[in-house]
Design a protein around this ligand. Structure first.
Ligand code: NOJ
Length: 725
């Protein structure tokens, strides 16, 4: 479908600052049909603005929020920041100096030393693009950080921003200008092969962390790339399958991390291999229109490698850069001559690319580094260690077997504990680790422990396990781009059961990309998920096992009790997201199915108590601030991730509860801290598929606060008069 030229020109006029950007847009439904956007009309407020009334002290009335004057546009996108407007003006000046041939060369990749390369034009240097989400891919002498799923398990925004900045610094040191990260497809399918590259199953968590990753990367004058837009939630048939996703689900789940990244100023978005509702993602006017006109994305859309299937169709739908070569965009000159692509569209493509480069400041200050530079540093190794430590998620700890008593002898079982330590996942996110500290080496280096090792492949493990006080079984569950996991089995069920039968003090350490089934759970004393921990694997794990560090990770995705409880990778060429909004814990909650371990769950060596939830008017008009006290009631310092879930009025048709806020808080033993979580009007909003707009449903909302999706320690009710009855 070719959009009308008037639409293209008005979009370009908006992009160039020549016409208003917030005029009613032609919005497109998931069906691919064009529909008119009809924004909700804001209600006037008798007293001049949104109003908030606190709950009665005796609890007889709920808190009340009247969101008058909130309109759909303000729920969807904010005003353009001044630095974007200034960057676009500088980009427009550069654009004016380029010849047609130079413009055409800037919108298609060519060969070179990086994963993606664009030749130098005019006084602009050649552009360099490199993977990926876990650090600098392919090249040596870089830092192997923990995988993004491990970062997600920290729920630590500041840490993720530091991770982004460290990766960005290393990319720049290698001469990279555009980093192909972060990856933000949701873990809809627990066995999906790329879940380790991303931030889990919840769109709010993924969006908050992706946004911090973007800020970190771009702080180093490297453009970040939000990928893969959109509906790329599995690897099976990824290049041909059609993800059928309804409009509301696209907006509320799968667009959400991209919306947060756009708000954070992300410079690039990578469109995905798959089709979405019939059209390939890189030539899909509906989804690319939603991204640019709807979410207000002003940067450039690049294709995934080989994901472009047409010239005029892709260009007119909104693709701005074909990678890694111009197989299709080499035909742009002819398409422009034939008037099937407007000259203004080519100018818009180049303007978008230059705007993002100008916005991060890389054109004025190109990187001096090269692919052979040594970019890993002691500070980055320390950050990798801190992140790996914070990510470790303790799922079971019977009889407080952890932290371990150094006087007890330990048997390390499994190659992942010794000669083959887990570090990273496979595919384009693979990072060449300079070293990996194995758990065995880390325990041996503590000096005061009796530690033995058995690879677990023969019956020798039985006698060795019987002879030890504690058996630590290490399991690495591999995962890679290009294929989904065959099942959720850890692949080590028999070994774990055998060791557990020989030693009642068996502890399982899972280096997993996500959920695994645990048929042996009742037989083991403790379970730790250490994810893909990067180069500092053993150092991080050792510090948690012996209590130098207190585990504080929380699951960024549900661990289902059975494979049947959540979707499997589909081998069909049409993948219908029939569950709509009900993915992950939303699905388990809706079906009343208990998880094996809930989204947001993780134990600590200390304990926490929640009290005194109070709702007040927030700092911004129409926002609500939820404050509560969090107390460390145990004997050790530790971190808790306090989570806030929202239950919508039944008329909204939402799952029973959705995450809308969280805070990771470090508390000394006995310390109490007041925690504040701000809920903005957008937090209360849903997508209307009939109006093609966001709105706030009116009714009673339930706010719960606790340590996981299954721990409603505190709750309060809020009556909202929203933007629709
Ligand atoms: C394909 C992957 O899907 C994408 O994530 C990656 O950035 C490109 N290849 C380049 O390696």
């Amino acid at each position: 479908m070719v959009p009308k030229l008037t639409t293209l020109f008005s979009a370009l006029g908006c992009a160039l600052g020549l016409s208003a950007c917030d005029s009613p847009r032609a919005s497109t439904a998931a069906s691919g049909m064009t529909a008119t956007h009809r924004p909700w009309v804001p209600r006037a407020c008798p007293d001049g603005g949104p109003t908030f009334e606190p709950a009665a002290e005796d609890g007889s009335t709920n808190a009340k929020l009247d969101l008058c004057r909130i309109d759909s546009a303000s729920l969807e996108r904010g005003a353009e920041p001044p630095e974007l407007v200034a960057a676009r003006a500088r980009a427009a000046a550069r654009l004016a100096l380029l010849s047609q041939d130079e413009k055409l060369r800037l919108v298609q990749g060519s060969s070179g030393a990086f994963v993606g390369n664009i030749p130098a034009v005019g006084d602009m240097p050649a552009l360099s693009l490199q993977d990926g989400p876990a650090g600098v891919a392919r090249f040596g002498d870089v830092t192997a950080f923990p995988a993004p799923i491990a970062l997600a398990a920290t729920w630590d925004r500041a840490l993720v921003q530091s991770f982004g900045a460290a990766m960005g610094e290393e990319q720049r040191g290698k001469g990279v200008m555009i980093q192909l990260a972060p990856m933000m497809n949701l873990a809809r399918v627990p066995a999906a092969g790329r879940n380790f590259e991303s931030f889990g199953e919840d769109p709010y968590l993924a969006g908050e962390l992706a946004a911090r990753d973007v800020l970190g990367i771009q702080s180093q004058k490297v453009v970040a790339t939000a990928k893969h837009f959109v509906g790329n939630e599995q690897e099976t048939n990824r290049s041909s399958a059609d993800s059928r996703i309804d409009e509301r689900t696209l907006h509320e789940l799968y667009y959400e991390p991209f919306a947060a990244s756009v708000k954070a100023g992300v410079g690039a978005v990578m469109c995905s291999y798959n089709r979405v509702n019939g059209a390939y993602a890189c030539e899909n006017p509906a989804t690319l229109g939603d991204l640019k006109a709807g979410l207000g994305f002003s940067g450039f859309v690049m294709s995934d490698w080989g994901a472009t299937h047409s010239t005029a169709e892709a260009a007119n739908a909104g693709l701005d850069l074909e990678m890694p070569r111009g197989q299709n965009f080499s035909g742009l000159a002819a398409a422009i001559s034939a008037q099937s692509v407007a000259q203004a569209r080519l100018d818009d493509m180049v303007l978008r690319l230059l705007t993002s480069l100008e916005r991060v400041g890389v054109l004025g200050d190109p990187p001096a580094g090269s692919p052979t530079a040594v970019v890993n540093t002691a500070a980055h190794a320390e950050l990798a260690r801190q992140a790996a430590t914070e990510s470790i998620t303790l799922l079971k700890n019977d009889a407080a077997i952890l932290p371990l008593d150094p006087a007890k002898s330990v048997l390390v079982v499994g190659e992942a504990g010794g000669p083959q330590p887990s570090a990273v996942g496979g595919g384009s996110a693979f990072v060449n680790a300079p070293y990996v500290v194995s758990p065995l080496a880390a325990l041996q280096s503590r000096g005061n422990l009796t530690v033995n090792y058995d690879d677990g492949t023969s019956d020798s493990v039985l006698a060795a396990a019987q002879a030890a006080d504690v058996a630590l079984v290490f399991v690495h569950v591999p995962s890679s781009e290009g294929q989904d996991r065959a099942s959720l089995s850890s692949g080590a069920d028999a070994l774990i059961a055998k060791v557990a039968a020989a030693n009642p003090n068996t502890i399982v350490v899972l280096n997993a990309p996500g959920a695994v089934l645990m048929p042996w759970l009742a037989q083991v004393r403790a379970v730790l998920v250490a994810w893909y921990p990067g180069q500092e694997n053993g150092n991080a794990l050792g510090s948690v096992l012996y209590g130098d560090a207190n585990p504080g990770g929380k699951l960024p995705l549900s661990f289902p009790a059975s494979e049947a409880d959540l979707p499997q990778p589909s081998s069909a060429h049409t993948i219908t997201y029939a569950e709509g909004l009900a993915i992950g814990y939303r699905a388990l909650d809706s079906a009343g199915t208990p998880p094996l371990f809930s989204f947001g769950f993780g134990l600590s060596y200390t304990s926490f108590a929640y009290s005194a939830l109070v709702l007040r008017a927030g700092a911004e008009p129409g926002s609500v601030s939820a404050t509560f006290d969090l107390t460390n009631t145990g004997t050790r310092a530790g971190s808790e991730v306090a989570q806030l879930y929202l239950g919508f009025p039944a008329s909204a048709g939402e799952p029973p509860q959705v995450l809308r806020g969280f805070e990771r808080v470090l508390l000394r033993s006995g310390e109490t801290r007041s925690v504040e979580i701000e809920l903005r009007p957008r937090s209360f909003s849903c997508w209307s598929a009939s109006q093609h707009a966001r709105y706030v449903p009116s009714g009673t909302y339930r706010i719960t606060v606790g340590g996981s999706a299954r721990d409603a320690a505190l709750h309060a009710e809020l009556e909202i008069t929203g933007s629709a009855p």
